[in-house]
Design a protein around this ligand. Sequence first.
Ligand code: 2X7
Ligand code: FE2
Length: 297
Amino acid sequence: MSKGEIVMGALAPHPPHLVYAENPPQNEATSEGGWEELRWGYERLRESLSDRDYDVIIVHTPHWATFIGTHFLGVEKFKSLSVDPIFPNLFRYNYDLKVDVELSKAIHDNAADSGLLVKMMENPDFRIDYGTITSCHLVNPEWNKPIVCISSNRSKFYFSSEVMQANMIKLGEATRKAVEASGKKALLLSSNSLSHRHFTVEPEVPEDMSKEHVTNHNQYLWDMKMINLMKEGKTKEMIDLMPDFTEQTVAETEAGCLTWLMSALDFPDYKATVHAYGTVIGTGNAIVGWDPRKAKI
Ligand code: 2X7
Ligand code: FE2
């Protein structure tokens, strides 16, 4: 069996507004569009993947929060309706997805060997979170690949950002080793926004773009700082700044997704491709790709 590999890693944020704006048949709500800059960024990310062959999508999501360890989907198929608890007016999505349980279990086992507390989630009636669904839909609307879905262990809240980061670095290493041993080609998604202060009142027409902007200038400056480090290939420096960034902007990086992704990619020192930056109800969102082929140039 040939060695497996990560074919690409991406920061793939999940505001449900982006799915709402696309009007796919799976979503019950309909819109007049909106958030084009981000949606066109997802088009560019999909285009960058069009010549890459991959077997599985591995997604780390903030909206499956687990307080005791990291959990992994351990059932082959899930089919149900996902309703966003904050935006039921925008996101009522009928999903039907497959899980690569073998790879899921392999990452679980590697993570356990490295000392992390882990669990396979084997309840067939489990409701898949909207973070997973939104990121996977926007990256692969055909849903023709199985996924591995990893929960967000809330160790930042129980302990600190530093404990969360140390655990996510171990989890990233465990993920990479499991992918390599599996012989499979994997696409990895960090499903999170950057700065995360948001408006508390929704416009009458949610897709009214005259109302959309970053919550405040401080958030914007922090987002640009982090994105520029990605563009320059300074991902270790970005991870070092992560606790301060997360604290100052209430960033969704608190969930550990981006630290996990950087570790799985072995802290890229090559340039990331920024496909888009845009805001959704004031939160900062970047769509960014890391192509490991660039490491070899
Ligand atoms: O979960 C989210 C998010 N991360 C960003 C913006 C809007 C809604 O939901
Ligand atoms: Fe979110």
